[in-house]
Design a binder for this molecule. Structure first.
Ligand code: SF4
Length: 429
């Protein structure tokens, strides 16, 4: 039996606002598909034929001889995923959904799909396949994954084999852990991957890094949870040390971190990170107590801490590529200028700008729904580049204008970046 895995396409900043390509002298980051499908491929029992289609390369909805079609998607891709599900069902195929959006909105997905996997899928995927073969497919599958110790590495060859000229992801994510006990208002991770942190062993992570190195790929380490003080940062330290001890010269494009984490990370850990080859932070903003207050114009202490965080990254020779989120309830029409002033004074060279988006399943989604401030449920507009809610201290058009102004102004004196090396000028826009 054949299974077709499909990753639906979605629009990012520059596709939503083509003028950004004119204003921003950077290359648009091209990420790998989510690890979800590669993990399902890895836990698929022997005897199945697997095919993969990336809908970003070419429309994935063409004829297939697969009996079962599985889509994994997050919110920006949900509208397209529904179109694809309709197209495959019109071909008489059974279509199943998994990933972040199906986990947060399973009932909506069941209008388009034959079955939905809620949460991490590794424990239920083999059972789903068995049920399908026996004509007993259920509508909903869910079973919490207690430990990651028994998981195989993702089957990334599924993605590598789909690469072709002009369609090569900039990097592939390597997971250090799953889950997070916190509840940052705009983050979906605690829902999609549970609230308990489960770490992969160092050898598991090193094995994945080696696999990527062998294939000539770069790795990104996306989870900011790795920097939590105590057990997590000890684990991260052990990973960097293992990489150094084994002479593993993996190419790491970036590691995720937040300003509070950067402020408390030890000198030893930051030194080790740099020595292990980390030369760029993806400094996520807008979720934490430092960045949500620093640009309000009313919290000098938070602003000073934000300056200190950037200075710390620079002191350890790690580029603080910073993501600014505009549209928090404390933001007003003057916030973009305060952000730009901060970026210029602190020495940030690379930045991206995003509109606050209440993704389904996040605490922000619950709150804004309660407050009746959600203005759109067009999921393809949930991509950090459109306003889908009523902001507290500005109008929807002022928020959109502020976001575009940030992109234009920040890069207005950086036209010379167009001459930088390809990997130096790649950002997520
Ligand atoms: S943003 Fe990071 S720390 Fe906050 S809930 Fe998400 S994963 Fe946890």
């Amino acid at each position: 039996m054949k299974i077709l895995f499909v990753y639906p396409r979605f629009a990012r900043h520059a596709e939503a606002h083509p003028e950004l390509r004119k204003w921003v002298p950077m290359n648009e980051y091209f990420g790998s598909p989510s690890l979800g499908l590669a993990m399902m491929a890895a836990v698929t029992p022997d005897g199945y034929e697997l095919e993969y289609r990336d809908d970003r390369m070419a429309s994935a909805s063409g004829p297939t001889d697969a009996a079962l079609v599985a889509l994994s998607f997050f919110t920006p891709a949900a509208t397209r995923a529904f179109e694809l599900a309709d197209a495959f069902r019109a071909q008489g195929k059974t279509v199943v959904a998994g990933g972040i959006f199906p986990t947060s909105m399973p009932d909506e997905c069941l209008r388009y799909f034959d079955a939905v996997v809620v949460g991490e899928g590794e424990t239920v995927w083999p059972q789903l396949l068995k049920d399908f073969k026996e004509g007993q497919l259920k509508r909903r599958y869910s079973s919490p994954l207690k430990t990651v110790d028994t998981l195989p590495p993702p089957n990334l060859s599924l993605y590598f084999n789909a690469e072709q000229a002009g369609f090569v992801p900039d990097d592939y994510p390597v997971q250090l852990s799953r889950g997070c006990p916190l509840a940052c208002q705009a983050c979906i991770l605690p829902l999609s991957m549970q609230r308990s942190i489960r770490e992969f062993s160092i050898s598991h992570t090193v094995q994945q890094l080696r696999m990527l190195m062998k294939a000539g790929k770069r790795a990104c380490l996306t989870e900011d949870t790795s920097w939590f003080p105590g057990q997590q940062s000890n684990h991260l330290k052990a990973l960097f040390q293992a990489m150094l001890d084994e002479g593993l010269e993996a190419s790491i494009s970036y590691i995720g971190i937040s300003m509070p984490q950067l402020l408390v990370a030890s000198d030893e850990l930051l030194t080790l990170a740099r020595r292990a080859g980390v030369d760029m932070f993806y400094l996520v903003g807008g979720f934490d107590p430092v960045t949500t207050r620093a640009f309000t114009g009313q919290d000098d202490k938070a602003l000073a801490r934000a300056h200190k965080a950037i200075a710390r990254a620079l002191a350890f020779d790690i580029e603080p590529y910073t993501s600014f989120l505009l549209g928090n309830d404390s933001d007003d029409v003057a916030t973009p200028d305060r952000m730009l002033q901060f970026a210029a004074e602190s020495g940030i060279r690379k930045a991206e700008f995003a509109i606050f988006t209440p993704y389904p399943g996040t605490p922000a989604w619950e709150r804004l729904n309660r407050e009746e401030r959600i203005t759109s449920r067009e999921w393809n507009r949930y991509n950090d580049a459109n306003v889908v809610f009523s902001p507290a201290r500005m109008s929807e058009s002022e928020l959109l204008d502020g976001y575009l102004y940030l992109w234009r102004q920040f890069y207005s004196d950086k036209r010379h970046y167009a001459d930088l090396r390809q990997d130096e000028r790649t950002i997520q826009f």
